[in-house]
Write a protein that binds this ligand. Structure first.
Ligand code: FES
Length: 572
Protein backbone atom coordinates (compact mmCIF):
# COMPACT_ATOMS: atom_id res chain seq x y z
CA UNK A 1 0.00 0.00 0.00
CA UNK A 2 1.26 3.51 -0.82
CA UNK A 3 2.31 5.58 2.15
CA UNK A 4 -0.16 8.35 3.05
CA UNK A 5 0.72 11.76 1.64
CA UNK A 6 -0.29 15.39 2.18
CA UNK A 7 -2.45 16.10 5.14
CA UNK A 8 -2.95 12.36 5.71
CA UNK A 9 0.72 11.97 6.64
CA UNK A 10 1.80 11.34 10.22
CA UNK A 11 -1.58 11.45 11.90
CA UNK A 12 -1.71 12.40 15.57
CA UNK A 13 -2.34 9.38 17.82
CA UNK A 14 -5.89 9.38 19.12
CA UNK A 15 -6.42 5.63 18.68
CA UNK A 16 -8.73 6.21 15.67
CA UNK A 17 -7.05 7.21 12.38
CA UNK A 18 -10.29 8.35 10.74
CA UNK A 19 -11.03 10.63 13.66
CA UNK A 20 -7.45 11.96 13.65
CA UNK A 21 -7.80 13.09 10.02
CA UNK A 22 -11.32 14.44 10.63
CA UNK A 23 -10.03 16.51 13.55
CA UNK A 24 -6.95 17.75 11.68
CA UNK A 25 -9.09 18.91 8.77
CA UNK A 26 -11.58 20.56 11.09
CA UNK A 27 -8.84 22.65 12.68
CA UNK A 28 -7.16 23.68 9.44
CA UNK A 29 -10.54 24.59 8.00
CA UNK A 30 -10.79 27.04 10.87
CA UNK A 31 -8.12 28.95 8.93
CA UNK A 32 -10.38 29.00 5.86
CA UNK A 33 -8.90 26.22 3.74
CA UNK A 34 -11.05 24.24 1.27
CA UNK A 35 -11.02 20.48 0.67
CA UNK A 36 -9.54 21.14 -2.76
CA UNK A 37 -6.56 22.95 -1.20
CA UNK A 38 -6.12 20.28 1.42
CA UNK A 39 -5.97 17.50 -1.19
CA UNK A 40 -2.76 18.85 -2.76
CA UNK A 41 0.86 17.93 -2.09
CA UNK A 42 1.92 19.82 1.02
CA UNK A 43 5.18 21.78 0.98
CA UNK A 44 6.43 22.88 4.39
CA UNK A 45 8.41 26.13 4.47
CA UNK A 46 10.76 26.53 7.44
CA UNK A 47 10.53 30.19 8.38
CA UNK A 48 13.65 31.37 10.19
CA UNK A 49 12.76 35.07 10.12
CA UNK A 50 13.56 36.77 13.42
CA UNK A 51 14.08 40.33 14.59
CA UNK A 52 17.33 39.01 16.07
CA UNK A 53 18.52 37.82 12.68
CA UNK A 54 19.03 40.59 10.08
CA UNK A 55 20.80 38.04 7.86
CA UNK A 56 17.30 36.59 7.36
CA UNK A 57 15.61 40.02 7.12
CA UNK A 58 14.19 39.19 3.68
CA UNK A 59 12.40 36.06 4.95
CA UNK A 60 8.88 37.55 4.44
CA UNK A 61 9.56 38.31 0.73
CA UNK A 62 11.16 34.90 0.21
CA UNK A 63 8.26 33.09 1.82
CA UNK A 64 5.76 34.96 -0.35
CA UNK A 65 7.71 33.96 -3.47
CA UNK A 66 8.11 30.33 -2.38
CA UNK A 67 4.37 30.13 -1.74
CA UNK A 68 3.70 31.55 -5.20
CA UNK A 69 5.96 28.91 -6.71
CA UNK A 70 4.30 26.12 -4.76
CA UNK A 71 0.80 27.23 -5.78
CA UNK A 72 1.75 27.72 -9.44
CA UNK A 73 2.77 24.06 -9.41
CA UNK A 74 -0.48 22.95 -7.74
CA UNK A 75 0.82 22.38 -4.22
CA UNK A 76 -0.23 23.67 -0.82
CA UNK A 77 2.41 25.79 0.98
CA UNK A 78 2.47 25.54 4.77
CA UNK A 79 4.85 27.89 6.53
CA UNK A 80 6.08 26.99 10.00
CA UNK A 81 8.62 28.54 12.40
CA UNK A 82 11.82 27.11 13.74
CA UNK A 83 14.45 28.81 15.84
CA UNK A 84 16.86 31.13 14.08
CA UNK A 85 20.45 31.89 15.02
CA UNK A 86 22.49 34.98 14.20
CA UNK A 87 26.22 35.14 14.80
CA UNK A 88 26.24 38.34 16.82
CA UNK A 89 23.08 37.74 18.83
CA UNK A 90 23.75 34.27 20.24
CA UNK A 91 25.65 33.87 23.50
CA UNK A 92 27.99 32.28 24.29
CA UNK A 93 28.29 31.41 20.61
CA UNK A 94 25.98 30.45 17.76
CA UNK A 95 27.71 27.09 17.46
CA UNK A 96 26.40 26.15 20.90
CA UNK A 97 22.88 26.33 19.40
CA UNK A 98 23.47 24.80 15.95
CA UNK A 99 22.62 21.28 17.08
CA UNK A 100 19.53 22.54 18.90
CA UNK A 101 18.32 24.18 15.67
CA UNK A 102 19.02 20.96 13.79
CA UNK A 103 16.89 19.03 16.31
CA UNK A 104 14.10 21.61 16.00
CA UNK A 105 14.22 21.34 12.20
CA UNK A 106 14.34 17.53 12.17
CA UNK A 107 11.52 17.05 14.61
CA UNK A 108 9.19 19.69 13.11
CA UNK A 109 9.74 18.28 9.61
CA UNK A 110 9.04 14.81 10.95
CA UNK A 111 6.11 15.71 13.19
CA UNK A 112 4.06 17.84 10.78
CA UNK A 113 2.45 16.57 7.59
CA UNK A 114 4.49 17.65 4.57
CA UNK A 115 5.54 15.93 1.35
CA UNK A 116 8.56 18.18 0.81
CA UNK A 117 10.21 20.97 2.73
CA UNK A 118 11.83 24.26 1.74
CA UNK A 119 14.48 25.33 4.24
CA UNK A 120 15.11 29.07 4.37
CA UNK A 121 18.51 29.74 5.88
CA UNK A 122 21.53 31.94 5.39
CA UNK A 123 23.43 33.06 8.47
CA UNK A 124 26.40 30.86 9.35
CA UNK A 125 24.86 28.13 11.49
CA UNK A 126 21.37 28.04 10.03
CA UNK A 127 22.11 26.29 6.73
CA UNK A 128 24.21 23.54 8.37
CA UNK A 129 21.63 23.10 11.12
CA UNK A 130 18.82 22.79 8.56
CA UNK A 131 20.71 20.37 6.33
CA UNK A 132 21.69 18.24 9.34
CA UNK A 133 18.09 18.11 10.56
CA UNK A 134 16.60 17.47 7.13
CA UNK A 135 19.20 14.77 6.39
CA UNK A 136 17.96 12.93 9.47
CA UNK A 137 14.27 13.57 8.72
CA UNK A 138 14.68 12.07 5.26
CA UNK A 139 11.91 13.70 3.17
CA UNK A 140 12.34 15.59 -0.15
CA UNK A 141 14.19 18.77 0.81
CA UNK A 142 15.35 21.90 -0.99
CA UNK A 143 17.49 24.64 0.52
CA UNK A 144 16.72 28.30 -0.12
CA UNK A 145 19.57 30.64 0.80
CA UNK A 146 18.59 34.11 2.04
CA UNK A 147 21.44 35.70 0.05
CA UNK A 148 24.27 38.09 0.79
CA UNK A 149 24.00 41.71 1.92
CA UNK A 150 24.99 44.56 -0.38
CA UNK A 151 28.38 46.21 0.09
CA UNK A 152 28.63 49.71 1.55
CA UNK A 153 30.96 52.64 1.04
CA UNK A 154 33.10 54.33 3.69
CA UNK A 155 34.79 57.54 2.53
CA UNK A 156 34.74 56.19 -1.02
CA UNK A 157 36.14 52.81 -0.06
CA UNK A 158 33.95 49.79 -0.68
CA UNK A 159 33.32 47.85 2.53
CA UNK A 160 31.42 44.76 3.62
CA UNK A 161 31.00 42.53 6.65
CA UNK A 162 32.92 41.11 8.08
CA UNK A 163 36.49 41.07 6.78
CA UNK A 164 36.34 44.87 6.73
CA UNK A 165 34.77 44.92 10.24
CA UNK A 166 37.89 43.20 11.52
CA UNK A 167 40.22 45.33 9.43
CA UNK A 168 38.74 48.59 10.69
CA UNK A 169 38.61 47.34 14.26
CA UNK A 170 42.29 46.36 13.91
CA UNK A 171 43.06 49.91 12.70
CA UNK A 172 41.21 51.33 15.68
CA UNK A 173 43.11 49.07 18.11
CA UNK A 174 46.35 50.16 16.54
CA UNK A 175 45.23 53.83 16.96
CA UNK A 176 45.34 54.35 13.18
CA UNK A 177 41.75 55.68 13.17
CA UNK A 178 39.83 57.55 15.85
CA UNK A 179 36.47 56.96 17.55
CA UNK A 180 34.57 59.16 15.08
CA UNK A 181 35.81 57.21 12.10
CA UNK A 182 35.16 53.82 13.67
CA UNK A 183 31.59 55.00 14.42
CA UNK A 184 31.19 56.18 10.82
CA UNK A 185 32.31 52.91 9.31
CA UNK A 186 30.00 51.04 11.65
CA UNK A 187 27.08 52.50 9.64
CA UNK A 188 28.45 51.29 6.33
CA UNK A 189 29.72 47.75 6.91
CA UNK A 190 26.30 46.13 6.56
CA UNK A 191 24.51 48.00 3.78
CA UNK A 192 21.33 45.87 3.68
CA UNK A 193 19.75 42.77 5.15
CA UNK A 194 21.38 39.52 4.09
CA UNK A 195 24.42 37.47 4.98
CA UNK A 196 28.06 38.59 5.15
CA UNK A 197 29.27 39.71 1.74
CA UNK A 198 32.68 38.01 1.75
CA UNK A 199 33.62 34.32 1.61
CA UNK A 200 32.80 33.79 5.26
CA UNK A 201 30.93 30.81 6.60
CA UNK A 202 27.54 31.92 5.29
CA UNK A 203 28.79 32.32 1.70
CA UNK A 204 30.79 29.11 2.07
CA UNK A 205 27.73 27.17 3.16
CA UNK A 206 25.64 28.73 0.37
CA UNK A 207 28.19 27.50 -2.21
CA UNK A 208 28.43 24.13 -0.49
CA UNK A 209 24.65 23.75 -0.46
CA UNK A 210 24.59 24.34 -4.23
CA UNK A 211 27.58 22.02 -4.76
CA UNK A 212 25.75 19.35 -2.77
CA UNK A 213 22.87 19.70 -5.23
CA UNK A 214 20.58 20.96 -2.47
CA UNK A 215 19.60 24.34 -4.00
CA UNK A 216 18.17 25.39 -7.34
CA UNK A 217 20.99 25.94 -9.86
CA UNK A 218 22.29 29.46 -9.25
CA UNK A 219 20.82 29.45 -5.76
CA UNK A 220 24.01 30.34 -3.89
CA UNK A 221 24.92 33.79 -5.11
CA UNK A 222 22.02 36.25 -5.67
CA UNK A 223 22.15 39.00 -3.01
CA UNK A 224 19.28 39.07 -0.53
CA UNK A 225 17.55 42.18 -1.85
CA UNK A 226 17.59 41.42 -5.59
CA UNK A 227 14.94 40.25 -8.03
CA UNK A 228 17.19 37.29 -8.85
CA UNK A 229 16.91 36.10 -5.25
CA UNK A 230 13.12 36.36 -5.32
CA UNK A 231 13.00 34.46 -8.63
CA UNK A 232 15.12 31.68 -7.11
CA UNK A 233 12.63 31.56 -4.23
CA UNK A 234 9.69 31.13 -6.62
CA UNK A 235 11.53 28.41 -8.55
CA UNK A 236 12.38 26.71 -5.26
CA UNK A 237 8.71 26.50 -4.34
CA UNK A 238 7.79 25.09 -7.75
CA UNK A 239 10.59 22.53 -7.64
CA UNK A 240 9.61 21.44 -4.13
CA UNK A 241 6.21 20.31 -5.50
CA UNK A 242 7.95 18.34 -8.24
CA UNK A 243 10.23 16.72 -5.68
CA UNK A 244 7.20 15.76 -3.61
CA UNK A 245 5.56 14.17 -6.67
CA UNK A 246 8.77 12.35 -7.65
CA UNK A 247 9.58 11.37 -4.05
CA UNK A 248 13.05 12.77 -4.60
CA UNK A 249 14.14 12.25 -1.00
CA UNK A 250 17.24 13.86 0.48
CA UNK A 251 19.22 10.60 0.62
CA UNK A 252 19.15 10.53 -3.21
CA UNK A 253 20.92 13.91 -3.26
CA UNK A 254 23.22 13.75 -0.23
CA UNK A 255 25.37 10.91 -1.58
CA UNK A 256 29.14 10.37 -1.28
CA UNK A 257 29.50 11.94 -4.75
CA UNK A 258 27.70 15.08 -3.55
CA UNK A 259 29.93 15.40 -0.48
CA UNK A 260 33.03 14.92 -2.60
CA UNK A 261 31.87 17.78 -4.84
CA UNK A 262 31.24 19.92 -1.77
CA UNK A 263 34.80 19.24 -0.53
CA UNK A 264 36.22 20.29 -3.91
CA UNK A 265 34.16 23.45 -3.90
CA UNK A 266 35.12 24.27 -0.30
CA UNK A 267 38.78 24.13 -1.33
CA UNK A 268 38.33 25.99 -4.61
CA UNK A 269 36.41 28.91 -3.13
CA UNK A 270 38.94 29.47 -0.31
CA UNK A 271 35.99 28.67 1.93
CA UNK A 272 35.66 29.10 5.66
CA UNK A 273 37.34 26.53 7.89
CA UNK A 274 33.95 26.15 9.56
CA UNK A 275 32.76 24.52 6.34
CA UNK A 276 34.74 21.39 7.25
CA UNK A 277 33.07 21.05 10.63
CA UNK A 278 29.60 21.55 9.16
CA UNK A 279 30.17 19.26 6.19
CA UNK A 280 31.44 16.57 8.58
CA UNK A 281 28.31 16.97 10.69
CA UNK A 282 25.91 16.81 7.71
CA UNK A 283 27.72 13.77 6.29
CA UNK A 284 27.64 12.14 9.73
CA UNK A 285 23.83 12.32 9.62
CA UNK A 286 23.95 10.26 6.40
CA UNK A 287 26.34 7.70 7.92
CA UNK A 288 29.30 9.09 5.98
CA UNK A 289 32.69 10.03 7.35
CA UNK A 290 34.64 12.91 5.81
CA UNK A 291 38.22 11.72 5.36
CA UNK A 292 40.37 14.68 6.49
CA UNK A 293 43.57 13.14 5.11
CA UNK A 294 41.85 12.82 1.74
CA UNK A 295 40.60 16.41 1.98
CA UNK A 296 44.20 17.50 2.41
CA UNK A 297 45.26 15.40 -0.60
CA UNK A 298 42.42 16.88 -2.65
CA UNK A 299 43.67 20.31 -1.57
CA UNK A 300 47.00 19.71 -3.25
CA UNK A 301 45.35 19.46 -6.68
CA UNK A 302 42.43 21.86 -6.14
CA UNK A 303 43.51 25.47 -6.62
CA UNK A 304 41.62 28.43 -5.16
CA UNK A 305 39.77 29.98 -8.11
CA UNK A 306 37.40 32.40 -6.47
CA UNK A 307 38.81 35.88 -5.96
CA UNK A 308 36.74 36.88 -2.94
CA UNK A 309 37.76 38.40 0.38
CA UNK A 310 39.37 37.35 2.67
CA UNK A 311 41.59 35.28 0.32
CA UNK A 312 41.06 37.68 -2.62
CA UNK A 313 39.50 41.05 -3.37
CA UNK A 314 35.85 40.77 -4.49
CA UNK A 315 32.50 40.39 -2.71
CA UNK A 316 29.57 37.96 -3.14
CA UNK A 317 27.58 40.32 -5.36
CA UNK A 318 30.56 40.38 -7.78
CA UNK A 319 30.55 36.57 -7.79
CA UNK A 320 26.88 36.70 -8.70
CA UNK A 321 27.54 39.13 -11.55
CA UNK A 322 30.28 36.78 -12.76
CA UNK A 323 27.75 33.96 -13.16
CA UNK A 324 27.89 32.54 -9.64
CA UNK A 325 28.41 28.85 -9.06
CA UNK A 326 27.82 27.94 -12.73
CA UNK A 327 31.05 29.75 -13.62
CA UNK A 328 32.99 28.07 -10.83
CA UNK A 329 31.59 24.59 -11.46
CA UNK A 330 32.33 24.85 -15.18
CA UNK A 331 35.95 25.62 -14.37
CA UNK A 332 36.16 22.83 -11.79
CA UNK A 333 34.41 20.31 -14.01
CA UNK A 334 37.39 17.96 -14.53
CA UNK A 335 37.63 17.54 -10.74
CA UNK A 336 33.92 16.98 -10.02
CA UNK A 337 31.68 13.91 -9.73
CA UNK A 338 29.30 14.86 -12.52
CA UNK A 339 26.96 11.96 -11.81
CA UNK A 340 25.79 13.44 -8.49
CA UNK A 341 21.99 13.95 -8.37
CA UNK A 342 20.55 17.38 -7.57
CA UNK A 343 17.16 18.67 -6.37
CA UNK A 344 16.15 19.33 -9.98
CA UNK A 345 16.19 15.59 -10.73
CA UNK A 346 19.13 16.20 -13.07
CA UNK A 347 22.77 15.49 -12.31
CA UNK A 348 25.32 18.18 -11.53
CA UNK A 349 26.98 17.46 -14.89
CA UNK A 350 23.67 18.06 -16.70
CA UNK A 351 23.16 21.31 -14.81
CA UNK A 352 26.64 22.53 -15.77
CA UNK A 353 25.86 21.73 -19.44
CA UNK A 354 22.56 23.62 -19.26
CA UNK A 355 24.39 26.78 -18.20
CA UNK A 356 26.28 26.96 -21.48
CA UNK A 357 29.68 28.41 -22.27
CA UNK A 358 30.03 31.31 -19.86
CA UNK A 359 31.41 34.80 -20.49
CA UNK A 360 34.40 37.01 -19.74
CA UNK A 361 34.69 37.96 -16.07
CA UNK A 362 37.42 38.45 -13.47
CA UNK A 363 36.04 36.94 -10.26
CA UNK A 364 36.43 33.22 -10.99
CA UNK A 365 39.92 32.50 -12.28
CA UNK A 366 40.62 29.86 -14.93
CA UNK A 367 42.14 26.71 -13.48
CA UNK A 368 45.39 27.52 -15.29
CA UNK A 369 45.74 30.85 -13.48
CA UNK A 370 44.45 30.36 -9.93
CA UNK A 371 44.48 32.91 -7.14
CA UNK A 372 46.25 30.33 -4.94
CA UNK A 373 47.86 27.16 -6.34
CA UNK A 374 46.44 24.77 -3.73
CA UNK A 375 43.19 24.43 -1.84
CA UNK A 376 42.55 27.08 0.77
CA UNK A 377 42.63 24.71 3.73
CA UNK A 378 45.43 22.41 4.91
CA UNK A 379 45.03 19.64 7.50
CA UNK A 380 47.83 19.45 10.08
CA UNK A 381 48.89 16.61 12.37
CA UNK A 382 51.49 16.21 15.05
CA UNK A 383 51.88 15.55 18.76
CA UNK A 384 49.99 18.75 19.54
CA UNK A 385 46.96 17.61 17.51
CA UNK A 386 46.80 13.81 17.22
CA UNK A 387 43.21 14.08 15.92
CA UNK A 388 44.11 16.83 13.46
CA UNK A 389 44.05 20.60 13.20
CA UNK A 390 43.52 22.93 10.26
CA UNK A 391 44.88 26.14 8.85
CA UNK A 392 43.43 28.38 6.16
CA UNK A 393 46.66 28.73 4.25
CA UNK A 394 45.17 30.98 1.57
CA UNK A 395 44.45 33.60 4.24
CA UNK A 396 47.77 33.20 6.10
CA UNK A 397 51.08 35.07 5.87
CA UNK A 398 53.41 32.99 3.61
CA UNK A 399 56.39 34.10 5.76
CA UNK A 400 54.94 32.41 8.84
CA UNK A 401 53.87 29.10 7.37
CA UNK A 402 57.25 27.53 8.21
CA UNK A 403 57.89 28.82 11.70
CA UNK A 404 59.24 27.82 15.09
CA UNK A 405 58.64 29.98 18.13
CA UNK A 406 58.18 30.24 21.86
CA UNK A 407 54.71 29.55 23.26
CA UNK A 408 52.88 32.42 24.98
CA UNK A 409 49.99 30.63 26.65
CA UNK A 410 46.52 31.85 27.64
CA UNK A 411 44.54 29.37 29.72
CA UNK A 412 41.08 30.54 28.53
CA UNK A 413 39.31 33.56 27.03
CA UNK A 414 39.14 35.44 30.36
CA UNK A 415 42.89 35.08 30.76
CA UNK A 416 43.30 36.29 27.18
CA UNK A 417 41.11 39.35 27.74
CA UNK A 418 42.95 40.24 30.94
CA UNK A 419 46.48 40.08 29.56
CA UNK A 420 46.55 40.41 25.77
CA UNK A 421 46.69 44.20 25.77
CA UNK A 422 48.98 44.59 28.77
CA UNK A 423 52.24 46.40 28.13
CA UNK A 424 53.83 43.89 30.51
CA UNK A 425 52.97 40.90 28.31
CA UNK A 426 56.21 39.13 27.44
CA UNK A 427 55.66 38.65 23.72
CA UNK A 428 57.45 39.24 20.42
CA UNK A 429 56.32 38.87 16.82
CA UNK A 430 58.29 35.58 16.60
CA UNK A 431 56.30 33.94 19.42
CA UNK A 432 53.35 31.59 19.05
CA UNK A 433 50.15 32.56 20.86
CA UNK A 434 48.33 29.56 22.36
CA UNK A 435 44.75 29.77 23.59
CA UNK A 436 43.27 26.81 25.50
CA UNK A 437 39.72 25.86 26.46
CA UNK A 438 37.77 27.20 23.49
CA UNK A 439 36.94 23.77 22.02
CA UNK A 440 33.51 22.07 21.77
CA UNK A 441 33.28 21.37 25.52
CA UNK A 442 35.73 23.94 26.81
CA UNK A 443 34.00 27.22 26.04
CA UNK A 444 31.45 25.56 25.51
CA UNK A 445 30.41 25.51 21.86
CA UNK A 446 33.77 26.01 20.15
CA UNK A 447 33.42 29.78 19.66
CA UNK A 448 35.11 31.75 16.90
CA UNK A 449 37.71 33.00 19.36
CA UNK A 450 40.61 31.35 17.51
CA UNK A 451 41.23 34.68 15.81
CA UNK A 452 43.33 35.81 18.78
CA UNK A 453 43.95 39.55 18.48
CA UNK A 454 47.50 40.75 17.89
CA UNK A 455 48.72 41.93 21.33
CA UNK A 456 48.23 45.70 21.42
CA UNK A 457 51.89 46.48 21.89
CA UNK A 458 52.77 44.47 18.78
CA UNK A 459 49.86 45.94 16.80
CA UNK A 460 51.12 49.44 17.63
CA UNK A 461 54.56 48.43 16.42
CA UNK A 462 53.00 47.50 13.06
CA UNK A 463 52.83 43.70 13.43
CA UNK A 464 50.01 42.45 11.20
CA UNK A 465 50.23 38.68 11.78
CA UNK A 466 51.60 36.21 14.31
CA UNK A 467 51.20 32.42 14.59
CA UNK A 468 48.21 31.55 16.72
CA UNK A 469 46.96 28.12 17.89
CA UNK A 470 43.77 27.04 19.63
CA UNK A 471 41.12 24.33 19.85
CA UNK A 472 38.47 26.85 18.74
CA UNK A 473 37.17 28.05 15.40
CA UNK A 474 37.53 31.32 13.56
CA UNK A 475 35.21 33.32 11.43
CA UNK A 476 35.55 32.63 7.74
CA UNK A 477 35.96 36.36 7.29
CA UNK A 478 39.21 36.49 9.29
CA UNK A 479 42.79 36.61 8.01
CA UNK A 480 46.00 35.33 9.64
CA UNK A 481 48.38 32.42 10.29
CA UNK A 482 45.96 30.71 12.61
CA UNK A 483 45.87 27.02 13.53
CA UNK A 484 42.38 25.93 14.55
CA UNK A 485 40.28 22.93 15.63
CA UNK A 486 43.19 21.33 17.54
CA UNK A 487 41.80 17.87 18.38
CA UNK A 488 41.37 16.55 20.99
CA UNK A 489 40.61 19.83 22.72
CA UNK A 490 42.31 20.93 25.93
CA UNK A 491 39.14 20.66 28.06
CA UNK A 492 39.13 16.87 27.61
CA UNK A 493 42.87 16.52 28.23
CA UNK A 494 44.26 16.85 24.70
CA UNK A 495 47.99 17.67 24.52
CA UNK A 496 47.11 21.36 24.09
CA UNK A 497 46.11 21.36 27.79
CA UNK A 498 49.72 20.77 28.79
CA UNK A 499 51.50 23.44 26.76
CA UNK A 500 53.38 25.88 28.99
CA UNK A 501 54.86 29.33 28.50
CA UNK A 502 58.25 29.08 26.89
CA UNK A 503 57.73 25.66 25.21
CA UNK A 504 58.86 25.61 21.59
CA UNK A 505 56.24 24.97 18.89
CA UNK A 506 56.92 24.22 15.24
CA UNK A 507 54.44 24.90 12.46
CA UNK A 508 55.19 23.51 9.02
CA UNK A 509 52.36 23.89 6.55
CA UNK A 510 54.62 22.33 3.90
CA UNK A 511 54.97 19.14 6.01
CA UNK A 512 51.42 19.48 7.36
CA UNK A 513 52.82 19.42 10.88
CA UNK A 514 52.04 21.12 14.17
CA UNK A 515 54.54 19.95 16.79
CA UNK A 516 55.12 20.72 20.42
CA UNK A 517 58.85 20.29 20.96
CA UNK A 518 58.43 18.61 24.33
CA UNK A 519 59.07 14.90 24.96
CA UNK A 520 56.24 12.40 25.45
CA UNK A 521 57.61 11.66 28.93
CA UNK A 522 57.45 15.33 29.91
CA UNK A 523 53.88 15.63 28.57
CA UNK A 524 52.85 12.52 30.53
CA UNK A 525 54.47 13.99 33.65
CA UNK A 526 52.54 17.26 33.22
CA UNK A 527 49.28 15.36 32.67
CA UNK A 528 49.84 13.45 35.90
CA UNK A 529 50.81 16.56 37.80
CA UNK A 530 47.72 18.60 36.80
CA UNK A 531 45.05 16.27 35.38
CA UNK A 532 42.19 17.79 33.38
CA UNK A 533 38.54 17.21 34.38
CA UNK A 534 36.08 17.62 31.52
CA UNK A 535 33.36 20.22 32.27
CA UNK A 536 29.87 19.12 33.33
CA UNK A 537 26.57 20.87 34.09
CA UNK A 538 23.70 20.25 36.48
CA UNK A 539 20.74 20.66 34.15
CA UNK A 540 19.19 21.81 30.90
CA UNK A 541 20.57 22.09 27.39
CA UNK A 542 24.08 22.71 28.72
CA UNK A 543 24.01 19.32 30.43
CA UNK A 544 22.88 17.62 27.22
CA UNK A 545 25.51 19.55 25.27
CA UNK A 546 28.44 18.69 27.53
CA UNK A 547 27.41 15.04 27.75
CA UNK A 548 26.88 14.56 24.04
CA UNK A 549 28.95 16.91 21.94
CA UNK A 550 31.64 15.30 19.78
CA UNK A 551 35.04 16.70 18.80
CA UNK A 552 35.75 18.72 15.64
CA UNK A 553 36.69 15.61 13.64
CA UNK A 554 33.10 14.39 14.08
CA UNK A 555 31.50 17.70 13.25
CA UNK A 556 30.79 18.85 16.83
CA UNK A 557 27.43 17.12 16.43
CA UNK A 558 25.74 15.35 19.34
CA UNK A 559 26.74 11.70 19.41
CA UNK A 560 23.10 10.56 19.48
CA UNK A 561 22.20 12.61 16.39
CA UNK A 562 24.77 11.07 14.07
CA UNK A 563 23.54 8.16 11.96
CA UNK A 564 23.19 4.98 13.97
CA UNK A 565 25.89 3.31 11.90
CA UNK A 566 28.68 4.68 9.71
CA UNK A 567 28.55 3.08 6.29
CA UNK A 568 31.06 4.88 4.12
CA UNK A 569 33.85 7.39 3.71
CA UNK A 570 34.04 10.49 1.54
CA UNK A 571 35.71 10.39 -0.90
CA UNK A 572 34.75 6.75 -1.52
FE1 FES B 1 24.99 36.32 9.50
FE2 FES B 1 27.64 36.91 8.87
S1 FES B 1 26.50 37.40 10.65
S2 FES B 1 26.17 35.75 7.81
Amino acid sequence: MDKPTGLRKGLTSYGDQGFSLFLRKAFIKGAGYTDSALDRPVVGIANTGSAYNPCHGNAPQLIEAVKRGVMLAGGLPMEFPTISIHESFAAPTSMYLRNLMSMDTEEMVRAQPMDAVVLIGGCDKTVPAQLMGAASAGIPTIQLITGSMLTGSHRSERVGACTDCRRYWGKFRASEIDEDEVADVNNQLVASVGTCSVMGTASTMACIAEALGMTMPGGASPPAVTADRIRIAEQTGTQAVQMARDRLTIDKVLTPAAFENAMRVLLAIGGSTNGIVHLTAIAGRMGLEIDLAALDRMGRDTPVLLDLKPSGQHYMEDFHHAGGMATLLRELKPLLRLDAMTVTGRTLGEEIERHGAGFKQDVVRPIANPIYPQGGIAVLRGNLAPGGAIIKQSAADPQLMEHEGRAVVFENTEDLLTRIDSDDLDVTAQDVLVLKNIGPKGAPGMPEAGYIPIPRKLARAGVKDIVRISDGRMSGTAFGTIVLHVTPESAVGGPLAYVRNGDRIRLSVRDREIALLVTDEELARRAKESPVTAPTAERGYLKLFLQSVTQADQGVDFDFLRAAGMNGKVPE
